[in-house]
Design a protein around this ligand. Structure first.
Ligand SMILES: C[S@@+](CC[C@H](N)C(=O)[O-])C[C@H]1O[C@@H](n2cnc3c(N)ncnc32)[C@H](O)[C@@H]1O
Ligand code: SF4
Length: 404
């Protein structure tokens, strides 16, 4: 209540006392504004929008943009270095294509075709591949999906991965539906951090977007993670015009009393998710909203491979970040590789090319043969993705198959 009164009075001074900690490159983004209304037909989101305003904003940014910023690290094998000199020390492993939610921005209304269980990587196969990557220099693994917690052997997988010598971070992106119950054990099994997805603070909107109930469970999971000492607890929020763009400041408010890092993600196009540029809320526009209401919003020094622009707010325990994959891509600093649940290896979130690691592995390939396949795919990685309009037209898997 007090916060909202403060916001209303501060809105008279847009941008007042807006502070940046570091001096970085200038970002200029054209953004469209003006639409407001969301409705649902046949389970799909329809955003109506009149693009009655066209604004241009300039903000300083901190995101990785230069290859010169790449860390030099002799412990990373050539297998993980691409032809642009990027070191890939971060592996994301999708554990399943299944999910207990049906988010409209992630999957089509009629679901996705599921790969038969026998064709998904087993726990042992995941460990064998992960070991290959970690022994070559990967120091961070993120488990994702689908929803990784629906996998019955999730605890064994975490236990096995956390024992890999050289792995510093074992993290997970989850929708939080069953996490509150499972997290204490997952922590014991070596899960070092967690990202929980939450796109709205309004239960009815949650149900509309995810086509399922469960808002309270997700909130409980966020609190459980805080209580278990995870710091920060990252909260992923995909911002969509007419759905949750009016909640941006309410999400920022969450960081006041709790060590939560709210990460606003620009809506990205994937197969079957009815992406439309009118639904995209650009980073510049999100910033406009935030700086209108919050004092002392400071840009933090980032790491060259950070995909997020990170901010602290004076007096807040938590942080706020923006993932600007659409309006300012961070391909130059990309250090990510992906293994999908069916064992396909993907070097770019937006690139359609994939190569199977499962097939050679099941045909008895030695580690060296697998390394060669991985190295060849990494060397083929492109400098950057195609740009949002081309991406929207490019065939790629639905997000639920890739895992973010
Ligand atoms: C595909 S989900 C998988 C993990 C888990 N089920 C979850 O929801 O956190 C991984 C992340 O991708 C995000 N995501 C899904 N579709 C997206 C889209 N079209 N644009 C941006 N982010 C998206 C989700 O919000 C989530 O934070
Ligand atoms: S975003 Fe996560 S929770 Fe939502 S449908 Fe996709 S995989 Fe499931």
């Amino acid at each position: 209540m007090i916060a909202s009164i403060m916001r209303r009075s501060l809105s008279k001074f847009p941008g007042w006392r807006f502070g940046f900690g570091q001096s970085k490159s200038l970002l200029q983004v054209n953004c469209e504004a003006g639409s407001r209304c969301a409705s649902s037909t046949n389970g799909q989101v329809n955003f109506s929008g009149n693009l009655n305003e066209y604004s241009t904003r300039t903000y300083e940014t901190s995101c990785a943009t230069s290859l010169d910023n790449q860390p030099k690290d002799n412990s990373v094998s050539d297998m993980l270095v691409d032809s642009f000199g990027r070191l890939h020390t971060y592996l994301r492993i999708s554990l399943t294509e299944r999910c207990n939610l049906r988010c409209q921005y992630c999957m089509p209304a009629d679901g996705v075709e599921l790969t038969p269980n026998a064709q998904l990587l087993t726990n042992a196969e995941i460990l064998r591949l992960a070991n290959l990557f970690v022994s070559s220099g990967v120091n961070k693994i993120r488990l994702t999906g689908g929803e990784p917690t629906v996998r019955k052997d999730i605890e064994d997988i975490c236990m096995g991965l956390s024992k890999l010598k050289g792995l510093e971070t074992l993290t997970m992106t989850t929708n939080g539906i069953t996490l509150a119950r499972k997290l204490p054990r997952l922590k014991e099994c070596g899960l070092t951090s967690v990202n929980i997805s939450l796109d709205t603070l309004v239960p009815a909107k949650f149900e509309f977007m995810t086509r399922r109930k469960g808002h309270e469970k997700v909130m409980n999971s966020i609190n459980a993670a805080v209580n278990l000492g995870y710091n920060p607890v990252k909260v992923n929020c995909v911002v969509m015009r007419g759905f949750n763009d009016d909640e941006i400041c309410d999400f920022v408010d969450l960081t006041r009393e709790k060590p939560i890092n709210v990460r606003f993600i620009e809506f990205m196009p994937f197969d079957g998710n009815v992406w439309n540029v009118k639904k995209l809320v650009p980073y510049s526009e999100m910033m406009d909203r935030v700086v209108r209401y919050f004092f002392f919003f400071f840009l933090l020094q980032d790491h060259p491979t950070d995909t997020a622009k990170n901010f602290a707010i004076d007096g807040h325990q938590g942080r706020v970040s923006f993932i600007t994959s659409m309006t300012e891509h961070f391909c130059a600093g990309c250090n990510r590789l992906r293994i999908l649940a069916d064992g396909n290896f993907k070097v770019c979130l937006f690139g359609p090319s994939e190569v199977s690691l499962r097939d050679p592995l099941r045909h008895g390939a030695e580690d060296d043969e697998l390394r060669e396949i991985i190295a060849a795919a990494v060397k083929r990685k492109k400098a950057s993705h195609a740009g949002m309009f081309d991406l929207a037209k490019t065939a790629n898997r639905p997000m639920i198959h890739i895992g973010g």
